[in-house]
Design a protein around this ligand. Structure first.
Ligand SMILES: NC(=O)c1ccc[n+]([C@@H]2O[C@H](COP(=O)([O-])OP(=O)(O)OC[C@H]3O[C@@H](n4cnc5c(N)ncnc54)[C@H](OP(=O)(O)O)[C@@H]3O)[C@@H](O)[C@H]2O)c1
Length: 260
């Protein structure tokens, strides 16, 4: 099948590209910049979701689109909401039969800018004329690690009762690739990691894995965002699917043993 992966060089998108290529699909990588290390057998098409440039050519003859594009800065709405509208309009013109979208578990429960944008993006996708499948995932291990690495640069380890259920990005990518092959499924089962852990526990896991000595930096339970996350708003509900390995295992695979 000809499949386009928008955002196919990102944390999730590159894993989706690898998975689809390994399943034997013809994969097009749609991003602004070319991949630094292209996956064998895949083709890069330069596109910009903000301007729509390149989309018509890139989607010619494509059966399914996986949207793994993201932008976490001030322009997130232009990329994720206006951008997905532009993408879906181009898909309609190209008669793409299936749009596969990724969103975030509990995004509608947490009044944080990026999560509001994701909720608005879901609205656009689920009301679009292009047939769709929507998967929601919890935070990837890479994101948790990026946040904790940022604090560690200042010799700090955040402490707090905020709850996360981080997930292995390759497991999420595999679900998206399976959704492409399964065809239209609407909203599918949420996916997350095997265990819920507090920010304190996650920071301790990283400190131990990297053998670092850091000062505790308490995150006070102030504000609705922090309180909702503390109340497990970003974790799976009972009907979600917990998969794969936890953050401690991801740290072992990423960094090896302490002191190495
Ligand atoms: N990170 C998490 O923990 C997490 C958890 C659950 C769900 N998700 C969702 O998963 C998706 C992917 O997130 P991610 O963290 O993997 O993203 P990421 O690593 O930041 O990658 C973003 C991708 O989007 C592309 N992109 C950005 N602006 C673009 C534009 N204007 N036009 C075309 N492509 C553009 C980037 O390539 P160029 O810059 O070259 O264009 C890159 O390939 C998002 O929808 C996110 O909400 C993420």
């Amino acid at each position: 099948m000809q499949v386009a992966v928008v955002g196919g060089t990102g944390t999730l998108g590159s894993a989706v590209v690898r998975d689809l290529a390994a399943r034997g699909h013809a994969v097009r990588v749609l991003t602004r910049s070319a991949p630094r290390v292209p996956v064998a057998g895949t083709v890069h098409h330069p596109v910009d979701l903000v301007t729509g440039a390149g989309l018509d050519e890139a989607l010619e003859g494509v059966s399914a689109v996986v949207d793994a594009a993201s932008h976490r800065g001030l322009r997130s709405e232009r990329v994720l909401v206006d951008g997905v509208r532009t993408l879906l309009a181009a898909e309609e013109r190209a008669r793409v039969g299936h749009h596969v979208e990724i969103s975030i578990v509990g995004c509608e429960r947490v009044p944080f800018g990026y999560y509001r944008t994701k909720t608005a993006q879901e609205e656009v996708v689920t009301h679009a004329p292009v047939p769709w499948t929507l998967l929601r995932a919890t935070q990837f291990h890479e994101l948790i690690d990026e946040i904790l690495a940022g604090a560690a640069k200042f010799r700090l380890a955040p402490r707090g009762a905020l709850l996360f259920q981080p997930v292995d990005v390759t497991a999420v990518a595999a679900r998206l690739a399976a959704a492409v092959e399964a065809g239209l499924s609407g909203r599918v089962r949420d996916i997350g990691g095997p265990i819920v852990q507090s920010l304190t526990e996650l920071a301790a896991a990283r400190r131990t894995a990297l053998g670092q000595s850091l000062l505790p930096a308490p995150v006070p339970p102030i504000g609705r965002v922090v309180r909702r996350v503390r109340d497990a708003a970003l974790c799976l509900d009972d009907d979600g699917e917990a998969v794969s390995f936890d953050y401690a295992e991801w740290l072992r695979r990423r960094y090896g043993k302490p002191g190495r």
